[in-house]
Ligand binder design. Sequence first.
Ligand code: PLP
Length: 380
Amino acid sequence: MKVARRSAVPPFLAMEVLRTANERASAGERILHLEIGQPSTPAPRAVIEAAKRALDTHQLGYTESLGIPELRQRIALHYRDMYGLAVDAQRVVVTTGSSGGFLLAFLSAFDAGDRVALVAPGYPAYRNILLALGIEPIDLPGGPENRFQPTVELLESVSPRPDGLIVASPSNPAGTMLAPADFERLVRYCQERAIRLVSDEIYHGITYGTPVRSAAAHDGGAIVINSFSKYFSMTGWRLGWMVLPEDLLRPVECLAQNLFIAPPTLPQLAALAVFDCRAELEANVARYRRNRDLLLDELPKAGFDRMAPADGAFYLFADVTRLTNDSVAFCQRMLVDTGVAATPGVDFDPGRGHRFLRFSFAGSTEEVAEAARRLIAWRR
Ligand SMILES: Cc1ncc(COP(=O)(O)O)c(C=O)c1O
């Protein structure tokens, strides 16, 4: 029988590292998980309580395809509170994680054969979802010189002009951010040339000083994607949202009705409580900041001395050119020798990723400190 060519997307190598890590953990070894890109905390207490109440009292049937009106309203208010922006709740669409948002965004904004620019290294699913939909990803070379972020100059070098651009500030895997003026410049450039901007704002809230800008501040056709998975610490609840331009609202509604019927009901009801959990969420961010500072001090002692210092998110992307030319083999050896798991850079950049690996510092400070100690001892 035929298997569709478009299903031939690359595997996620982080998962292969995770498998080895889990095998070693089952054999009794203490593995330090610096490969995992998710908060190490559960959802805030009030969210769990709200979910319990909903289980007891709610029918939990389908909701409206674009999400329950109360949650769309509450998300719109979040734009007022966090960015000082007035966002119409009608433009907010609740999705099954930001992952569900990408599928709806790409299907509604691009046709098969269209070309969408994005920086490599970047979050692997962007490229793989585009490929599965027959959309061509156009790699913009990211590096320390552009802080792993797209620039107007890089976009200008793409010919013919792309149909879309994906931006993530803070980025995964580098944690770098666009300065506000550079972000505005990119948004305007795309707006003026009818390049559909997709702004992945999933790491907003987890930043260490650089001011964030949301593409929701502009009504020039940009799609904003966000999620409850990172700052809000609700990863497995599979809930995200988009802020859409007017022209995509009806197409996305029809796609959502057919692809998903609706986002999951229980997480939507519970998520209403998360916006009032600031103290808990900010304590997580304070821990990420401590972990980041600790790794920036300690990792150079283990030979990992070339890293963008992460303006946000919970990742450090280390250039390991001086240590290996095969980051997959290096990560496996490091795991076997030290019990520290990290993600090989090839997941994020199939071309140049063999020279990089990603450390996640979303775990406990004790775990991150122990990982640093083991790596320093290993490299001595
Ligand atoms: C940059 C980025 N975007 C999107 C996602 C997907 O998140 P979710 O589907 O849980 O919202 C991730 C997950 O790691 C990510 O790092």
